[in-house]
Design a protein around this ligand. Structure first.
Ligand code: NAI
Length: 329
């Protein structure tokens, strides 16, 4: 009797019972249908990968589970890693490529949400919403922060990384009346003309002129600690720093110290190096607004992201061409 062909397995790997994933993988199972068995696993690190995960044919990874050469070497059937999100810095894509395993991401499910969130963080700072809220809630009415409130059309909104999210943010900032300037060494000449915004040919030129600096570049060896003590010192003391990209793009120690010393006026951080914040002292940093790596989050975006990841997993188990491969295979 011929050996029965094993049905492909798709592992959906989460790092903790995260509110974003709604635990379970019903949506993924529905999208993949009869093409594979779909199972949900919790694995905070790759050391927690069970034999079933290591034997899976396709692995969908939520945001914090890191995959290195160590576990990639143990994968016996894996045909694809899918990062359920945009950033894929948690997966060693070169090690996966050496083993012939494509890595895919979902690059566009949250473009609008992240741009909206960056603008929200920037506007909360520029309009001083939280100090005003605290004053109103303590039954005060003195506008202690009135000297900080400025007309948007006199302010420059600086964007680092004018990709999908950076462009969406630029269009929003422009519509609000800001003068918009970007720095992105990888875009062709004339990009600023197409969008009707300014261009800074170096990061330092952008930092010196911007009243808001919003980061939208990926985290990689080049952008790790792109903003540290030296760069913060170039910013205006009245300027605000917004990060919805990745925590490691800003040196946490440097930005928290800059806020305590008044080197910059404030920061709005959705992502923070070594997130979440670790101590009450960190959380009490003056003029810091932090959100919980939530910029991507919306009901609609989550459905789009999970459905796209599942569609790619299905492509892999059916040996079809894969969407969104990021490691050149
Ligand atoms: P994208 O790939 O469309 O754009 C990134 C841009 O950064 C590109 O134009 C690239 O040329 C530019 N860039 C690369 N190195 C640079 C450097 N050294 N200086 C200036 N610019 C540089 O990516 P997308 O979709 O716009 O996403 C941007 C980042 O946002 C992602 O890498 C991800 O880490 C982050 N993100 C955060 C989320 C959140 O929930 N907070 C959710 C989704 C994405």
């Amino acid at each position: 009797m011929p050996a029965r062909k094993r049905k492909p397995h798709v592992a959906v790997v989460d790092w903790e019972p995260a509110p974003a994933s709604n635990s379970g993988a019903e949506l993924e199972a529905k999208t993949i249908g009869k093409a594979a068995v779909v199972k949900y696993y919790l694995a905070a690190t790759e050391a927690d990968f069970t034999p079933a995960i290591l034997r899976s044919d396709a692995i969908i990874l939520w945001q914090n589970t890191t995959v290195t050469e160590v576990s990639i070497a143990k994968m016996t059937n894996c045909r694809v890693f899918i990062r359920n999100g945009v950033g894929y810095d948690t997966v060693d894509i070169a090690a996966a490529a050496r083993r012939g395993i494509p890595v895919c991401n979902v690059p566009d499910y949250g473009t609008e949400e992240v741009a909206d969130h960056a603008i929200a963080l920037a506007m909360a700072q520029v309009r001083q919403l939280f100090p005003l809220h605290r004053e109103a809630m303590s039954l005060g009415w003195k506008l202690h922060v009135k000297e900080k409130l400025r007309r948007l059309s006199t302010l420059t909104f600086g964007i680092v990384g004018l990709g999908r999210i950076g462009t969406a943010c630029a269009l929003r900032a422009k519509a609000l009346g800001f003068r918009v300037v970007f720095h992105d060494p990888y875009l062709p000449s004339g990009t600023h003309k197409a969008l009707g915004i300014g261009r800074a040919d170096s990061l330092s030129k952008l930092l010196k002129q911007a009243d808001v600096v919003s980061l939208h570049c990926p985290l990689n060896a080049e952008t790790h600690y792109l903003i540290a003590e030296k760069e913060l010192a170039l910013m205006k003391p009245t300027a605000y720093l917004v990060n919805t990209a990745r925590g490691g793009v800003i040196k946490k120690k440097a930005v928290l110290a800059a806020l305590r010393k008044g080197v910059i006026a404030g920061a709005g951080l959705d992502v923070i190096e070594d997130e979440p914040l670790k101590t009450k002292a960190e959380a009490r940093t003056p003029n810091l607004i932090a959100t919980c790596h939530a910029a991507f989050c919306s009901v609609e975006g989550m459905i789009e992201m999970r459905t796209t990841s599942a569609r790619i997993a299905k492509q892999a188990v059916l040996d079809q061409p894969l969407d969104n491969v990021v490691n050149g295979l």
